[in-house]
Design a protein around this ligand. Structure first.
Ligand SMILES: [Fe+2]
Length: 141
């Protein structure tokens, strides 16, 4: 676990993070949601948001992780990875969505997430403030 933490830290100090973190940071700032918990809840939602743009990369990761087989298309392999993550969250009793999110806070949080991520984060797709606001609504419980 220590080695994995080191490798993860090494990776994201070289290449930044993505919208999962940008959204999680705003939820931490606004409602004090623990960052790791926020990331866990947002990850599958954001991976679904990216749709086909991540099929190949996430599909390959699913194959390397033995979550998918070589017979699976990238799209199927990607879906198996997302299912795996959702299953893992369930096993750890991590509920979907955030009851903390208040509609009146969404625009300011979307604005902060947009400013944090654009243009430096290496995301598969750039989202506008309005598109991010839609994702916050999806995350609202
Ligand atoms: Fe982060």
């Amino acid at each position: 676990m220590l080695r994995a933490s080191f490798m993860a830290g090494n990776a994201f100090t070289r290449s930044y993070v993505g919208y999962v973190h940008a959204i999680a940071h705003s939820l931490g700032g606004q409602y004090h949601v623990p960052h790791g918990l926020a990331n866990a809840k947002i990850l599958p939602v954001m991976l679904k948001e990216y749709r086909k743009t991540i099929d190949k990369k996430l599909g390959k990761l699913a194959l390397i992780s033995h979550i998918a087989s070589e017979n699976d298309s990238y799209s199927t392999a990607k879906q198996k990875m997302i299912d795996f993550i959702e299953d893992l969250n369930q096993k750890m009793n991590i509920e979907e969505g955030f009851s903390e999110i208040q509609e009146e806070d969404i625009n300011s949080m979307a604005s902060r997430a947009e400013k944090e991520a654009n243009p430096l984060y290496p995301v598969p797709k750039l989202y506008s403030k309005e598109e991010l606001a839609r994702i916050y609504l999806k995350l609202k419980k």
